[in-house]
Design a protein around this ligand. Structure first.
Ligand SMILES: Nc1ncnc2c1ncn2[C@@H]1O[C@H](COP(=O)(O)OP(=O)(O)OP(=O)(O)O)[C@@H](O)[C@H]1O
Length: 595
């Protein structure tokens, strides 16, 4: 059961805006004070017109002009100040959610749907901004207007007002019921949109595969099904909204009829004059808008609560890889790496709930992982040593190297670099000393130079160029008309697999880490490209401690040590010659590849 609305969690974001909100509310108060005055003006105008007193009417008209000018100025202040506060609050929440996501560990993103995350970061946060805006900019002014106008009506004739308000509790109950319905349908509808957005991200990033497998029709059907679910959920919430307007409108009309009846009766009893009744009716007319707006607001707030739930659910997920308090900076290392009795299992991951009702419990802190992946793993890599990891798919090679930059933490054991436990150092200083060249190079939107200097806020172009030269990338980059300023990534220039890899190598060269993790590409490159990549890798690896997930025999052969992994254990270790001589697993792989 949900106990407290997640809206309360917006409060800390409101605090820094309290001055702006305060000024906006001051404008609102000025604006509101004029409502009963307007009702009074209507009565007075009717009186002067009824008497044919044009001079009196002219005075009232001049007064009205002044009143509307002041009121307009207050309204402008209220609108702009509130928009400013709401947009800033949305911006702060967006920045907070984004930096929170960046702090989550890699494992989280392996299960999260990227489309869903981007929906939360865009649409859901916008909706929270709208709720804040509407709350201060519409809801509070309307409530104040209701209070001011009702006060004036009670002052004119309390019996009449009591009669008009008889229907109010019934309305409140109905509005509450509609609100709950709307909240539930909005949650469904928002989750559906997230699903749709997740599906689109998946489809467009895998479009090549879809075409290769002629899966277009299948994907169209899948999209149509998701889009239909989305339409259905949205339609249900629109139907509830429409019904709400009809029911509330009907009750409003009934209360007006009742009012006229009671008004006539009060006039006949001599308790009310005709002019007062006109002012009174003007007051009633002034109530209609705020009632309609607050009713609609209530629906909006309930819909917005689903977005708020989804945002604070994200913020409640705790990163599992965190720095210790008082973590030290890892000094410049020589590159000695030691794994001591490491046990590791991937933590069981709760994905974000699509029902959206409850914030998810934080990810487990690594204690109760699932199937053991690495078992009692120990190894020592000396500075400058090149260690090749080989083994069947799923043996745990990637997992082993992923523990070094602390993408995950092991459940037991220690990893030391130059004798310092990596748990004791800051993540930045640890990761900056480990270069990674992944199997598949990701290029971000930006220039080639920015991509090579990725993650560095300041860089010299000459250093980038030098890195590119070492990585055998300078020549092809220079052939582009814009050279290093050529735009890559989305909607940028297309680079071949080999060119991308050389950019990734240049990245690592520029970083100049003492420790290097290479996941050798398995995709076939043309022989020229392969030669250039290989040469670039050789230069990159020189004098560094290298862990290489090796697929090419050439690499394996020249490694200082080859570790053969099987089911999370090192089952063989030695040089190429030693392992061949042993005639066991490695020799088997070798024979298999050559045959
Ligand atoms: N994020 C993850 N969550 C849960 N299990 C995972 C995750 N990543 C890998 N695994 C599992 O861990 C085991 C080891 O995977 P790992 O990627 O380390 O193997 P590998 O030897 O590098 O394989 P390959 O050569 O195919 O890349 C596999 O059974 C895999 O299914």
């Amino acid at each position: 059961m949900k106990t407290r609305s997640t809206y309360w969690q917006i409060l800390p974001y409101l605090r820094p805006q309290k001055q702006t909100i305060g000024k906006a509310l001051a404008c609102t108060v000025v604006f509101t004070i004029f409502w009963p005055i307007i009702a009074w003006l209507v009565g007075e105008t009717a009186k002067f017109i009824g008497k044919g007193d044009l001079q009196g009417f002219a005075q009232i008209a001049a007064l009205s002009a002044i009143i509307f000018l002041i009121r307009g100025t207050a309204q402008y202040g209220q609108d702009t100040l509130m928009a400013k506060a709401a947009l800033t609050i949305a911006l702060e929440i967006r920045k907070k959610v984004y930096s929170h996501l960046q702090s989550l560990n890699l494992g989280y993103f392996e299960t999260a749907k990227t489309g869903d995350l981007s929906y939360r970061l865009t649409e859901d946060i916008d909706r929270i901004g709208e709720v804040v805006n509407k709350f201060f900019h519409q809801f509070i002014p309307c409530v104040l207007q209701l209070i001011a106008v009702l006060g004036y009506m009670i002052y004119l004739n309390w019996q009449l007002t009591l009669g008009a308000l008889i229907i109010a509790p019934l309305m409140a109950i109905l509005i509450g019921w509609f609100g709950e319905k709307l909240l539930s349908y909005s949650r469904q509808s928002q989750n559906r949109i997230s699903d749709l957005s997740a599906l689109l991200t998946e489809v467009f990033s895998g479009i090549r595969l879809i075409k290769a497998f002629v899966a277009e029709d299948y994907e169209i059907a899948r999209f149509a099904e998701e889009a239909e679910q989305n339409r259905r959920a949205k339609y249900l919430s629109e139907r509830i909204k429409a019904l709400q307007f009809v029911v509330v409108g009907f009750l409003e009309a009934m209360s007006v009829i009742l009012l006229f009846f009671l008004g006539g009766w009060q006039i006949s009893q001599g308790n009310l004059t005709g002019t007062e009744f006109i002012s009174y009716i003007a007051g009633v007319a002034l109530l209609i808008d705020p009632i309609a707006i607050t009713t609609a607001n209530y629906g909006d707030f309930k819909q917005g609560e689903a977005s708020s739930d989804r945002i604070f659910e994200l913020l409640a997920i705790e990163p599992t890889v965190v720095e210790k308090p008082g973590a030290i900076e890892l000094p410049h290392v020589t590159g000695k790496v030691e794994y001591r009795n490491i046990n590791f299992a991937y933590p069981s991951q709760p994905a974000l709930d699509n029902g959206g009702k409850q914030p998810q419990p934080p990810l487990d802190k690594g204690g109760q992982g699932g199937v053991p992946i690495l078992q009692n793993m120990s190894l020592l890599a000396l500075p400058g040593e090149m260690i090749a990891l080989v083994g069947a798919s799923g043996a745990g090679k990637t997992t082993l190297v992923n523990l070094l930059p602390r993408f995950y933490d092991p459940q037991a054991g220690q990893i030391l670099i130059d004798g310092i436990d990596i748990q004791d150092v800051t993540l930045n200083t640890l990761r900056r000393q480990i270069g990674i060249v992944p199997q598949e190079t990701i290029l971000f939107s930006g220039t080639i130079a920015q991509n090579i200097a990725f993650g560095q806020s300041y860089y010299e172009l000459k250093d980038v160029q030098k890195a590119a030269e070492i990585a055998n990338a300078h020549q092809f980059i220079s052939e582009f008309p814009d050279g290093y300023q050529t735009w890559v990534g989305e909607r940028g220039v297309n680079l071949s697999g080999g060119q991308k890899q050389r950019i990734a190598i240049a990245r690592a060269v520029l970083l100049a880490p003492r420790i290097l993790i290479l996941d050798e590409a398995t995709s076939a490159l043309d022989s020229e490209s392969e030669g250039l990549v290989q040469e670039a890798l050789e230069r990159l690896m020189r004098d560094r401690t290298v862990f290489i997930i090796a697929h090419r025999l050439a690499t394996v052969r020249r490694a200082d040590r080859i570790l053969v992994l099987e089911k999370g254990r090192i089952v063989e270790s030695g040089t190429h010659e030693e392992l061949l001589e042993k005639g066991a697993r490695y020799a088997g792989y070798y024979a298999q590849q050559f045959s």
